[in-house]
Ligand binder design. Sequence first.
Ligand code: PRX
Length: 667
Amino acid sequence: QVSLKLGCGNLKLPVLTQRKNFAPLALSWMSPSSAAGFEGVSDRSDLQDFSVCSSDSFWAAVARQRLSWIRPFHTVQDCDLSQGRIRWFEGGKLNVSVNCLDRHVHTCPERVAVIWERDEPKSEVKLSYRQLLEMTCRLGNLLRRRGVKKGDCVTIYMPPCPLAVASMLACARIGAAHNVVFAGFSADALAERIRDAQSSTVITVNQGVRGGKVIELKKTVDAAIQSCPTVQQVFVAMRTENPVVMTAKDVAMEEEMAKEDTVCEPAGMDSEDTLFLLYTSGSTGKPKGLVHTQAGYLLYAALTHRYVFSYHDGDVFSCVADIGWITGHSYSVYGPLANGGTTVLFESTPIYPDPGRYWEMVQRLKINQFYGAPTAIRLLLKYGDKWVHKYDRSTLKTLGSVGEPINTEAWEWYHRVVGQGRCPVVDTWWQTETGGICIAPRPADPDAEIVPGMAMRPFFGIKPVLMDTEGKVVTSNDTSGALCIAQPWPGMARTIHNDPQRFTETYCQPYPGYFFTGDGAYRSKEGYYQITGRLDDVINVSGHRIGTAEIEDVLCSAVAESAVIGFSHSIKGQGIYAFVVLKKSIDVQEADVTRQINDMASKKIAKYACPDYIQFAQRLPKTRSGKIMRRVLRKVVDSELEGLGDLSTLDDPEVVQEIIQGHHDLL
Ligand code: PRX
């Protein structure tokens, strides 16, 4: 018996070899230069061209080589971006968990699949592929026994831990979709996502532990499901020793898993069946559940993981994002596991117990690729080099950055101090919608030049284009525009759950025939890309994407009117600045309203949604038709008073002076 201590819940895993053979596939590491003998391809730069110009041939060959199919696909793609139709590898059947687990168990069962870097330093837990498969199978059987069926959607509200990964893979094994909700979200935000996904099953832990603090996750689930009539059962794993009150709906997860068989028949899934929903923010108040499907997503996550980071067999890969975000999905779970890699799940924070946490972990776990967010790098930079120098980072080969622009100072510190000037820094641009990395410095050539702070080059099969204000493709270099992608790729989201029209309107209609990313970009003289930021009302706070309308929705019950904008913040990238007008009828103190706003933002969304500044105003600048002129507010906050622009459409230009004065008083 192997005793696997997962926090407190002890799960005994009998030492078994799998009894059934699920169509193993030897994973052949494709060398891109000899890529399946593509015609005319002699080097990696040819391969990049080939992947775009002969996209179907490229993706067909890679899909056959990289994925293990139960039944081969008959059509590479059937896409029409102008209609919002995106379908890849139709006719094919496969199981994602088999691709991530079984085939590696056949070749290397004892290879470490997951290293769980728990919040408590130096207490990591390692799981082999065999152990992770067994855990997944037990959970798959349990879910099946408790009535979860193919096509259902299970909500997972857990911090990064092996049971969370097993939960995702167990859903994939039995054909259920998963909906992972970031465990920092409030009960209200969780409830909204459970309701939209219509989940009848939720998986959680009794308590989370982060930065030495205990977080009451089960209590949050209890509160959330009060307003979720679909929920019939909640699986509760034990992360801490503290008992929780169990209700009639609750299932003691480890106890029940221990009764299950370690073999679980995988469901044969169509390529286009849903693998997961993942909610993200848009420019309206309602988060959107983006739908990702089986084969295309997995293939794209695997290929980008392999090439962007130059991941090689035996490397230890560490993506420190939470599994509640797309980065955690693609680069903590699916990409590395599809590649038979070893992935680190990071449960803690960059400064717990001290600002050396990441680098002590790099030394202890011998990490080869480290993938993190600029906001953490900026924070650590402020603590100084000594926290980095204390630890041996000689195992590091590639450093990655994701989620927001990385400023030059942070890029250079990451490169020079953390990477000792010898590790390439790959600034990777992508989104929940794109499924995987789309623009990054080294998809094709591991020795290619890298310009600090630039995402640089498109990945295989990606054709970025910039659009001008008239909606025409900009062909010249050294220019900026709205970033679109000109042809479909397998990893892209297929639709928005319950709202296909919003998908088409948001991504496909602004520039018909192109996928619109919502970001602006600059293309340099050399043709390299740099992301300049969102073009819509979405802001990025410490790499967390949030719609200004979402925050305004929360504020509207406390104040008469509000306008929320993002501003440049030295650590968080962007901060939240709220202009509010108090209700006239009620006699309230500003301090009380401030407290109320912060309480509501954390209760309805998450802590990171609390405004950094709240400016109380008598009125907001509006056009004669009553539209708030956010452009003016942004300029005031950015101290760009010269560039206020045309104010002639303002209802009352005097209001601008009031706003400027109020801003000065606040700072
Ligand atoms: O604005 C871009 C920014 O993050 C947005 C996507 O957020 P989300 O869906 O939460 O996914 C984050 C992780 C992939 C993008 O529209 N963004 C992401 N990566 C970068 C970036 N901005 C600049 N540089 C990046 N490398």
